[in-house]
Design a protein around this ligand. Structure first.
Ligand code: NAD
Length: 311
């Protein structure tokens, strides 16, 4: 049986780290792609990672390239190409430069791998998924973005530290755009099946939600030269694994919503079932009036960004 073929476009921090997680899970053969200006970088990182395989015990072909011929007929393509934030920048500041990059990359990917599923990571995420969808011409179920798994992971890790319990026992749901107006839903957050509101005081919960919203900026301000990559890459590979192994995990992803939640044709963060077809179902959860208002304001921000795009 043929192994899954995974292309990761952008061999920078997120792309290369995603390759590490994907290889360690033996998800398939991996091709790291970057621009000709950094010839040798994707090849060098790929070779270095391949040389770790006997130690770690994974079997995978890992190669690097600065052209798309070797990526032909990929099953899954992860787009991390673009520039990352520096201190003082918002994700939206990356809009113009990354739109051009994601547009060209998606068009080329669609030419070489017409049946692939695309996971977009480049920021501003909700707008870049839209660009990838428009530029690839792929059906909506085969285009999705990574944001919610990361945002939820940050939220879960802060909650577990607060409670003093295992991170594995904290389950949470966040909706909306990737950014400061993400919508955490304490009503849908549990630790070991116990509602979070019984375990964490309202004041501490408010503080944890604030820190989660600011999670990306907190890392940017510490690193100073780039943005987060371990947790973003890990989150992306959790989505990739659900698709490649057809696990049908329920994960929060930036997925296309038309009638769902009354969004009207944009990609926003919602819980999805991910399987071999891509986004197999968007799950609509009940929202109370306050949650719905917060979700709508987050969606409004995504709409404004998308309307300002030239695609
Ligand atoms: P990075 O600068 O380390 O790597 C980006 C790579 O993309 C570079 O190697 C660059 O040469 C490459 N690249 C640029 N144009 C390209 C093109 N046309 N084709 C192929 N490769 C190209 O940045 P990073 O930290 O890996 O972040 C990558 C992107 O992911 C950024 O836009 C960042 O904001 C975003 N990001 C998103 C999330 C998320 O949760 N969605 C989290 C972290 C980072």
């Amino acid at each position: 049986m043929r192994r899954a073929k995974i292309t990761i476009v952008g061999a920078g921090n997120v792309g290369a780290t995603a390759a590490v997680w994907a290889a360690s899970k033996e998800l398939g053969d991996i091709i790291l792609v970057d621009v000709p200006a950094v010839e040798g970088l994707p090849q060098g990182k790929a070779l270095d990672l391949y040389e770790a395989s006997p130690v770690e015990g994974f079997d995978a072909k890992i190669t690097g390239a600065t052209s798309y011929e070797p990526t032909a007929d990929s099953d899954l393509v992860i787009i991390t190409a673009g520039v990352a934030r520096k201190p003082g920048m918002s994700r939206d500041d990356l809009l113009n430069i990354n739109t051009g990059i994601v547009k060209t990359v998606s068009q080329t990917v669609a030419r070489f791998s017409p049946n692939a599923i695309l996971i977009v990571v480049s920021n501003p995420l909700d707008a870049m998924v839209y660009v990838a969808w428009k530029s690839s011409g792929f059906p909506t179920r085969r285009v999705l973005g990574q944001a919610g798994v990361l945002d939820t992971a940050r939220y879960r890790s802060f909650l577990a530290a607060e409670i003093g319990c295992s991170v594995e026992d904290v389950q949470a749901l966040l909706l909306g755009g990737h950014g400061d107006d993400m919508v955490p839903l304490p009503r849908y957050t549990f630790a070991g099946g116990i509602p979070i509101t019984q375990l964490v005081s309202p004041e501490r919960l408010t503080e944890i939600i604030r820190r989660t919203r600011n999670g990306g900026a907190e890392i940017v301000s510490l690193l100073k030269t780039g943005s987060a990559y371990y947790a973003p890459a890990s989150a992306t590979i959790q989505m990739a694994e659900s698709i490649i192994r057809d696990k049908k995990r329920i994960l929060p992803c930036a997925a296309y919503c038309e009638a769902e939640y009354g969004v009207g044709g944009y990609f926003v963060g919602v819980p999805c079932i991910l399987g071999k077809e891509g986004v197999e179902r968007v799950i609509e959860v009940e929202l109370d009036p306050e949650e719905r208002k917060a979700f709508q304001s987050s969606v409004e921000h995504v709409k404004q960004l998308v309307k300002s795009l030239k695609v």
